[in-house]
Ligand binder design. Structure first.
Ligand code: TLP
Length: 346
């Protein structure tokens, strides 16, 4: 039985072209700034995001942490969505290593925070209170079923930050999914923010890596934090080479993942014991619920035995992420297996 892995788009393996580029990459010591392939990737990333400079890091988690460390000081407060990846899945690093308080504002199903609620969460300048110095956005929004933030929304929030003199970091791990879904360049989505990071290791299929993009001065300070965290990676050109192919060749194909996500969502909507709003699906993440009487962990476990892998983000929810390793035919097969398994267990 073929295993259909919908746990995440992080499971994508490098393409043949990436493997060749990795093999042939020209390398040097990146801690000395001497790896030509890393330098090319950083320049390419900065250009594509419309920022002055970029820093190659081993992961999205490290990029987000470095962004917080570079923008803030211990004792300050950052505002982020109640469903933010930084809040849920990054081991509390911002607080543990950055010493900042994480103040959450509810995310709506579209991954947005209400601008009025953001304003209310900003601390007054007062001796008793930590100072608000950073707001974090996420685009696409992982726990909000891959929802996209428009450039207009981001600009509205940026205007609040400008008025109150604090910065915005965008966790754009999947910003190219948002760009493809909206039909706009990623640079437009990143224009209103002070820093943005994205991953080449997800739908773009490179094996490792994330890029943190901002001003030259910010990236210079971020580079020092990366060194402190142990993220200075010597001959990293071997992995950066795959990142270059990811940016040059793999962005347009994300539309296939989005089409497969819609196919999956509408198919699931036709299965009696699944609850889902398929019209909400904008990119490659499909969140749904088994109907009452069937727990989400039990459903995930049952489907595992049927060779369809989902992830469990908590509560009643199940998550599927379409990706390059899963074809349209695989989606149809996954739907058949779900239908059959639920019929058997009813
Ligand atoms: N997300 C992973 C898991 O951590 C949940 C996934 O499978 O979706 N920001 C966002 C929005 C992310 O979705 C992720 C990874 C990260 C940051 C962290 O990236 P990595 O895994 O490279 O540290």
């Amino acid at each position: 039985m073929k295993i259909i892995d919908l746990r995440s788009d992080t499971i994508t393996v490098p393409t043949a072209e990436m493997r060749r580029a990795m093999y042939e990459a020209e390398v040097g010591d990146d801690v000395y700034g001497e790896d030509p392939t890393v330098n090319r990737l950083e320049q390419l990333a900065a250009n594509m995001l419309g920022k002055e400079a970029a820093l190659f890091t081993p992961s999205g988690t490290m990029s987000n942490l470095i962004a917080v460390l570079t923008h803030t000081h211990p004792g300050e407060e950052i505002i982020l969505g109640s469903e933010a990846h930084i809040f849920w899945y990054e081991v509390g690093g911002a607080s543990t290593l950055g010493g900042v308080v994480m103040r959450t504002v509810p995310n709506d199903p579209g991954g947005r925070m209400d601008p009025g609620a953001i304003e209310e969460a900003i601390r007054p300048r007062n001796v008793h209170q930590p100072q608000t110095t950073l707001l974090c956005l996420e685009n696409t929004h992982n726990r909000c079923s891959g929802a996209v933030l428009t450039a207009d929304y981001t600009a509205t929030v940026a205007e609040i930050a400008r008025r109150h003199d604090f910065r915005i970091h965008l966790d754009g791990a999947r910003i190219f999914n948002a760009a493809v879904a909206l039909g706009v360049p990623a640079s437009e989505l990143a224009r209103p923010v002070n820093s943005v990071c994205f991953c080449v290791s997800k739908g773009l299929s490179a094996p490792v890596g994330s890029l943190l993009c901002s001003t030259r001065d910010f990236v210079e300070r971020a580079r020092k934090w990366r060194k402190m965290l142990g993220g200075g990676m010597r001959q990293a050109g071997n992995i950066a080479a795959a990142g270059i192919i990811a940016l040059q060749k793999m962005i347009d194909r994300l539309a296939e993942d989005h089409a497969n996500a819609r196919r999956l969502a509408y198919g699931l909507a036709n299965i009696p014991r699944i609850v889902i709003s398929p019209e909400r699906i904008q990119t490659n993440i499909v969140v749904f619920e088994p109907a009452p009487g069937l727990s989400a962990p039990d459903f995930v476990q049952t489907m595992n035995t049927q060779g369809v892998q989902f992830s469990y983000p908590g509560g009643r929810r199940v998550r599927a992420v379409t990706n390059r390793m899963v074809s349209a035919a695989d989606i149809e097969e996954a739907l058949n297996r779900v239908d059959l398994a639920l019929k058997k267990s009813s």
